[in-house]
Structures are given as C-alpha cells and as structure tokens.
Design a protein around this ligand. Structure first.
Ligand code: SF4
Length: 268
C-alpha cells in the first residue's frame, strides 16, 4: 500500500514549529517511515518550488503550513499548498491566528524596515539602503525579493481544513494530529486538533489546580525585567505573553489583519 504523501511549508514563521516536530523524538521515526515527504521547504527537503507546483492537484494527502502569510511568495505557496493537498492544516498559532508575528500589523512596513535596517545600534548601513523587491547587488547581480504584504492568517488566504495551536505547538498536539491522520480518524473539518487539554488544564503552575484562587492580571511585564517567581503561574508573574494572547484574539475577532495598519494602532 502506498504511504500517505506529506507536504510542509514554512511561511512567515520562526521555524519554532519545525522544532516541535523534532520534539516528537522516537515517534518521529515512526512518522517518517509511515509517510512519504514530497515537499518540506525550506528546512528539510530540497524540492524546488517548480517541481512541487508540477504535481497534480489533490495528489498530496496532507499539508502543514506554519507561520503567517507575510509576503507575495508566501501567498503564492499557500495557494499551491491548497491546490496540491487534500487536507491543509494551519500549523501553529502564527498560521492559525496571527501569533506574535501578527504584531507586525501594528506598524507600517516602512516603519519596520527602517527599524530593522537603519535605526538599531548594531546596524552597519552607511547609505541607509532598504531592501526593495528588485535590486542589483555589486553592480551586476539582479536580485528579486518577494514583496511584503500585511501579515495574514492562512485562512485569510485559502480555505483551511484543520488548525493546530500553540507557539510552537506542543508535541502532543502534533502527535494527536499525525495519529488521527495516519489512522484516518480526523475530526470534523474546521476543528482544532489538540492533545485533548488546554495547557492551563494540565499545568502544574495553575493556582486553581493547587486549590488557590486565580487573580486577574492588572499589569504586564517581560521576563527580562526580572522578579519572576519560580514555579508560579505566568499570569501571577505578569509575563508579557499573557498580554499577547488576548491581543491576538482581539485582532482576529475584529478582523484587523485586513484593515489599514493605522486603524489597528488606533483601535488598540
Ligand atoms: S507559532 Fe510560534 S514557534 Fe511557530 S512559527 Fe509562529 S512564532 Fe514561531
């Protein structure tokens, strides 16, 4: 019997989702033997875009796309993944809901480029040049870069069959998804595939599970600011991540990914 074909594409993400696959440890060996990886870009398998694009539509059993859609190349590849894959999964919170990467929508691309390429203390850019979609390097090499867009979730570009949350997804979520796929026991289309529990439900730091009361968060801060109480719930530690979570849901709920960046800033 032929093995299910799998495709994987990292769009505007940090590759942390790829690492959560490695966290599968021994189970990864079973997965790799049970599936045929036809495309895994850009991190694992050197299959060129044109070869993947040449596959018949619907010929790949499952596709995972991680990161959000941040430029024209991501947008094109999301459409190719949708066409080739019978089942397409938004893998990780960036692809599903925007995630930390979605926060770029709070600034214009020009502001972000200037920050990254001109305004940081470690930047060595005496001419103040910024990346542009077309440029000539060393006076002779023509370089084409994909044009930046606003950050979008995968389902803002193509139809998505399933979602796997987490930043990165817990390997138990990933395992649950792969087992469901391999056993042909996928939940109804549109479902979030999880290990069956939210992190807070099983986290040893959850004060509720220790018989204590959970207090509302009235202030947020970053880990780098110190004063973090070891073994305490992140909400008790007022860690910034707690702020980012509702921010992501706020942006998604109000569909602010598709509105002008200025309006996002104003709304927040
Ligand atoms: S969900 Fe988290 S780990 Fe995955 S690509 Fe986004 S930022 Fe990285």
């Amino acid at each position: 019997m032929s093995k299910p074909k799998l495709a994987y594409y990292l769009a505007g993400g940090c590759a942390g989702c790829d690492i959560s696959l490695v966290d599968l440890a021994d189970f990864l060996v079973d997965v790799v033997s049970a599936v045929e990886i036809v495309f895994f870009a850009p991190t694992l398998v050197d299959v060129k875009y044109k070869d993947f694009e040449a596959l018949p539509d619907g010929s790949v059993d499952v596709g995972l796309l991680t990161g959000n859609i941040r430029n024209k190349e991501h947008e094109h590849m999301a459409k190719v993944m949708r066409a080739k894959c019978k089942v397409l999964i938004a893998y990780g919170i960036c692809a599903s809901l925007g995630g930390i990467k979605g926060l770029v929508n709070l600034h214009s691309n020009q502001e972000l480029l200037e920050k990254a390429y001109r305004d940081t203390f470690s930047t060595d850019n005496p001419t103040g040049e910024l990346p542009s979609p077309k440029c000539v390097v060393d006076g002779r090499y023509e370089l084409e870069l994909p044009e930046l867009t606003e950050a979008r979730t995968l389902d803002q570009v193509v139809e998505v069959d399933y979602y796997i949350g987490g930043c990165p997804p817990h390997y138990e979520h990933v395992k649950a998804a792969l087992v469901a796929l391999l056993e042909g026991k996928l939940p109804p289309r549109g479902s979030w595939i999880t290990m069956g529990h939210a992190v807070c439900e099983v986290c040893a730091r959850n004060p509720v599970l220790r018989g204590e009361k959970k207090k509302p968060v009235v202030e947020v801060r970053r880990v780098i600011e110190g004063g973090v109480e070891e073994e305490a719930c992140l909400t008790k530690n007022k860690i910034l991540k707690i702020f980012i979570m509702p921010l992501k849901y706020f942006i998604k709920r109000h569909n602010l990914y598709s509105t002008p960046q200025r309006r996002v800033s104003a709304a927040l």
